[in-house]
Design a protein. Structure first.
Length: 331
């Protein structure tokens, strides 16, 4: 959930320096960022039969792209400046023998123009395309001149061993009930949920809902929400959903640089079409009998649309129902 400070920064950015937005940004590298493992059984027509394994890590800073690869145990690195200008370079195996002449972004795809061959065999121009799936879970490396040639990679989860995980099944039941209730009247193709829970430590915020819950529920809320936890894929939803960690979101919105790029929401919805926006949760608190639950819900649809609230739920017939909503703020 974007904080009040982030909202204020967004307004300053939008109103005070609109010229920056017109300059545009590097296209959409964030979808490629991460570690990927070659799915060899499902990669058809490999250019070289001896590619038995390959793990790659892609990093992007602006238009600068680095792909580090371990292929059959051997390491290699390819670096590009994806601005469409003529620059010589090399890609990673199995096409490392080709010479890259330029690289550019086409939407979320990284496109390399390469030459392959020699004066003896003849030189051909080949286009290598790195395209992430819409859900961001797979990456396809293909060559347009060879229709049956493709390498498919599966994205590996970020290693976050230093952050504890939400493991209590009843909490996921509450998250599921909230999403099904709050977005029942909205056409949703997929939910996009921040993969880390929100820390809620401000006593004044907690006081806003204290009178509406049992004292042990509030005690449990304060005990659980003093630090961040990782969510796992335990939601029982009919609608598809993705958990997106803060590093990926920072790459989309460029928050690490301290600037909110206006085009970030365009990229967000291009990568997650049909999403109602970005959803944030706290951990779920319960009373001692687990008949009452309390959770923080935040949502952002764009820089000027979103809000947050506390939701109080009660359990009846083994299902959770929202009994009260305490709005914290809307924008």
């Amino acid at each position: 959930m974007f904080s009040r400070l982030a909202l204020g920064c967004a307004l300053v950015y939008l109103l005070a320096i609109p010229a920056v937005a017109r300059l545009g940004t590097p296209q959409e590298p964030s979808a490629l960022i991460g570690t990927w493992v070659l799915r060899v059984p499902n990669s058809e027509g490999l250019p070289l039969p001896d590619v038995k394994s390959q793990t790659i890590t892609i990093t992007c800073v602006g238009n600068r792209v680095e792909i580090s690869a371990t292929t059959n145990g051997e390491e290699s690195v390819a670096r590009f400046v994806a601005d469409g200008k003529q620059r010589k370079g090399r890609t990673i195996p199995p096409m490392s023998g080709a010479e890259v002449t330029s690289s550019r972004w086409e939407g979320t795809s990284l496109v390399l123009t390469m030459t392959i061959g020699s004066w003896v065999t003849g030189v051909s121009t080949v286009t290598e395309r790195w395209t992430p799936s819409i859900d961001g879970h797979t990456l396809t490396r293909s060559w347009g001149e060879f229709k049956t040639l493709a390498m498919v990679y599966d994205k590996q989860p970020a290693q976050r061993n230093d952050i504890p995980r939400v493991q209590e099944s009843e909490e996921y039941s509450v998250y599921t009930a909230v999403l099904e209730s709050e977005f029942a009247q909205t056409e949703v193709q997929q939910f996009v949920i921040r993969g880390e829970t929100q820390r809620i430590e401000d006593p004044e915020i907690c006081d806003r809902v204290a009178r509406d819950v049992e004292s042990d529920t509030m005690s449990d809320f304060k005990a659980k929400n003093g630090k961040t936890y990782l969510l796992e894929r335990h939601l029982d939803l009919k609608t598809p959903y993705v958990l997106v960690n803060s590093d990926e979101l920072d790459a989309i919105f460029n928050q690490k640089a301290g600037v909110l790029i206006v085009g970030g929401w365009g990229l967000f919805y291009q990568r997650y079409p049909g999403a109602p926006g970005l959803i944030d949760f706290s951990r779920v608190a319960f009373d001692s009998k687990k008949n009452q639950a309390l959770v923080y819900l935040g949502y952002s649809r764009n820089y000027l649309g979103g809000g947050s609230s506390f939701l109080v739920l009660s359990k009846a017939d083994k299902s959770w129902k929202i009994q009260k909503q305490v709005t914290l703020f809307l924008y």
